[in-house]
Each structure stands twice: as C-alpha cells, then as structure tokens.
Design a protein around this ligand. Structure first.
Ligand SMILES: Cc1cc2nc3c(=O)[nH]c(=O)nc-3n(C[C@H](O)[C@H](O)[C@H](O)COP(=O)(O)O)c2cc1C
Length: 420
C-alpha cells in the first residue's frame, strides 16, 4: 500500500485559546452529514464504533436565525448534542430523556455513551448574512466546527440557491464562505463540494483553492456533478487531482460502501481521510472495520464484505449486527425527545423503524422483518421482533453483494438519497 500523509490533527490558526483540533488522517474515518439520519443517537452509535468525527444533519442557516427566541424547534433538535451545551439566554435545550432522568437508563449508566465530540455542524443557505449570523449564534452556544453544504442536489435545497446550486455562482459562494470563516475563525469551517453543477461547468480546482486562500479548514469532495445526483460512479480520480492543488486536508466522499472501499479510495487518491455515508447507514461498524483494516488487525473486517466464508464469521456478523441494533435502540430511547406522533409512537422508535431494515439487509428474513416493523408501536414490540428475527437469521448468499457495492459494479445503491 502506498504511503499516506501521517494522520495529523489540524490546528486552526488562532492559538491555544481556541483549543480544539480535528483529526484528519487515514485511520480517522468521519461520519458524513446525512439528512434524516445523522442525528444524535446515530452519531453516538457511530462514534462508539470508531467514527473519529461526526457531522450533524444539514441545518438551515435562515431557519436557525429566524427561529431565534421561539420555543424549541425542529432546528434545535437537529442541533441536540451530548453532553448538553449550556443554553444561552433566551433559549433552552431540547429535552433529552437521559439528561432528565438518567436512572431510567441503567444500561447507559453501566456503559456510558461516548461524548458527541468533535462535532461538525453542517449548515446550508446561500445568503451571506444568515450564514454569518448562524455561525455567530452557534459559536455562542458552544459549537466550534462548521461545514457548508455545497453538494446537496435536492430541489428543495437548490431552489434557494443553496447546496450544490452554490456552484453556479462561485462569487457568492466565496462571499458566504468568507463571512462564515470570519465568524468562526480560520481553520474552523469546511466546505463540502461536488465537481461542479454539470459536466462542462467545472468548479474545481478553483473554488477549492480560493476557499483555501480565505481560510477554509478542510475540503470534502463528493466527486459527482450536482446534476448527476447519485447516478454513475464517483470519480475518485478527481479527488486525486484536487489533492495536488491543496495544502489543507482533503476528505473523500463517494461510493464508500465498505471499509475496503475506504482504504482503496485513500490509496488511489492520496486523500487525507474518508467520510462514510451510505456505507455507515448499512453498517455502522464500518468505522471500526476501517480502523482494523488500516491497522492490519482485520479480524472482523473480513466479515464486512466480499469474503463471508466461514460459519464463525457469519455468526460473528449476526451477533455484531444484533448488538449494533440494540445499542442504537438504547441511544434512540435516551437521546431523542420523547415526542409522540399522531399515532402515539415515539420519535426514537420511528427512527429505528427506518434504520433496522438497512442493518439487516444481508440476512434471510429481512423482508418480513421490514414489514413487521411498520406495525411496531412500542419499544417492547421492537424487542420481540428482534429476538425472533435473530433466533433464525442467517447470512444470505448474496450478502457480500448487498453489503458492499463495488464502485465499478453495476449494482445501483439502494438508498433513495435525500441529498448528495
Ligand atoms: C440519505 C442521505 C442523506 C444525505 N444528506 C446529506 C447532507 O445533509 N449534507 C451533505 O452534505 N451531504 C449529504 N449526503 C451526501 C453524503 O454525505 C455523501 O457525500 C454521499 O452520500 C456520497 O457518499 P457515499 O456514496 O459513500 O454514500 C446525504 C446522502 C444520503 C444517502
């Protein structure tokens, strides 16, 4: 394997008083921003399984600024973190069951959750003043690291000129970036880019080198055009090319479906690190497998993908998945507001109903479990379903295909991605 730059913590300019550093390096995989998924419970789970850094779901800068002073909102929920940050005057934290009554969660007192740190807050928006104010507000609340979404291609985000639509107006993108950096401090803001709006309208390397000049802390590249959505393959060669133009850390994102993909991408591109997105949604243990693989201690990593061979490995995969789901459920109960929907179902349980089918895709019986989950209304129902499922589950013959899409393979990714 090629030599990579040593893992290095990125120290922003500004001295010790600004304190924290972010880990960038091949042994420090990040959890990508994932709208609808990278909430507090999932971040805690991924951190426990080896994610070095996690990003929040994208947060609207305008929504945050205009929502100021209102009682806790959906935006506040996106920003919920642990340990809780002290509320600033006029605001209050989202109620987290674990913070309010820790004795109700003996399993978490016995095995404490990791801290949700370091945390990168991902913002979206195209208006300079909102982004600047949003960063200032968040800094006041105690958040340190920020990322600007310049990659999301869903129309809902793009219609306001945000997300990947920013790549159509690079001057505005730089103005917005400059004001965020001024509000956060140099080195504290990353930018998540795509190749450009569409083929023939390349934004790279210029936008990235300009961002570096004005104080960006790092760049993340998902090497597809905005118009591509998730179609075609991520162009890892574009990551390798951009690496030649930058001195700041470059994170690779795109078609990293298993730890082997992450390592291959590092090797082929020379990127400083990787960010797992869909790979983590299917297998949050991808972070540990990545680290194991990097450290050549791949005892379980082999079970992650293309070589499910022995019965012991299959059993280990089943046990690991069951543990992951139970731990995720513990976090979802303890760290989601105990809000009920119209049918009286808790928000955390509803979230688990969307995650579990992803985790069990590679096992027999996954389809019936998915159907049964739609009727699951209480935590006890989930527990019963899982117990019955794991009693009989086995790894399907197609597991390696389903678990790890080869970037060059014809299998389409199955997530109907909210974004990119
Ligand atoms: C369900 C889903 C939600 C996403 N949400 C965001 C988001 O909020 N912000 C963002 O910058 N990228 C978002 N992305 C893009 C990912 O962070 C990542 O760049 C992309 O999925 C490519 O990585 P992958 O091919 O390894 O999944 C999302 C992707 C998916 C699948």
């Amino acid at each position: 394997m090629e030599q990579h730059p040593a893992p290095y913590p990125h120290q922003p300019a500004g001295g010790a008083s600004q304190g924290a550093t972010l880990p960038f390096g091949p042994a420090s995989p990040w959890l990508a921003p994932l709208a609808g998924f990278s909430d507090l419970p999932f971040r805690l789970l991924c951190r426990e399984l080896g994610a070095a850094v996690a990003c929040t779901e994208m947060v609207s800068a305008k929504g945050l600024v205009l929502g100021q002073g209102k009682k806790t909102s959906a935006t506040d929920q996106l920003l919920a973190t642990w340990p809780m940050l002290p509320p600033v005057t006029g605001s209050r934290n989202v109620p987290l069951p674990f913070a309010e009554a820790p004795e109700r969660f003996p399993e978490l007192l016995d095995r404490p959750p990791p801290a949700d740190l370091p945390l990168v807050v991902q913002l979206f928006g195209a208006e300079r003043s909102y982004l600047e104010q949003a960063v200032a507000m968040l800094r006041e609340r105690g958040y340190i690291w920020f990322d600007l979404n310049m990659g999301c291609s869903v129309p809902k985000v793009g219609k306001s000129g945000s997300g990947s639509a920013m790549l159509k107006d690079l001057q505005n993108a730089l103005d917005v970036a400059g004001s965020m950096i001024a509000a956060a401090g140099p080195g504290r803001v990353g930018f998540k880019l795509r190749l450009g709006w569409q083929a023939g309208e390349e934004a790279l390397p210029e936008i990235a080198t300009e961002l570096e000049k004005i104080g960006a802390g790092w760049i993340t590249l998902h090497p597809r055009y905005a118009r591509q959505g998730f179609s075609g393959n991520a162009d890892w060669q574009a990551i390798a090319t951009l690496r030649q133009h930058l001195a700041i850390p470059l994170l690779a994102s795109g078609d990293l479906f298993c730890a082997e993909d992450g390592l291959a991408c590092l090797e082929q591109t020379g990127a400083n690190g990787v960010m797992y997105a869909r790979g983590a949604l299917h297998d949050p243990a991808i972070f540990r497998k990545h680290r194991d693989l990097w450290n050549q201690a791949a005892r379980l990593a082999g079970a992650s993908a293309r070589s499910l061979c022995s019965q012991e490995e299959e059993q280990a995969l089943l046990r690991e998945t069951e543990d992951v789901i139970r731990r995720h459920a513990q976090f979802a109960r303890a760290f989601m507001p105990p809000r009920l929907n119209r049918q009286g179902i808790e928000a955390g349980l509803l979230k688990m109903r969307t995650f579990v089918p992803r985790y069990v895709k590679r096992f027999s019986g996954a389809r019936s479990l998915r159907q049964a989950l739609t009727r699951c209304e209480q935590w006890a129902d989930l527990e019963q379903l899982l117990a019955a499922f794991f009693k009989n589950a086995a790894v399907t013959a197609k597991a390696s295909e389903e678990l790890c899409f080869n970037p060059q393979s014809p299998h389409p990714p199955t997530d109907s991605a909210a974004d990119g």
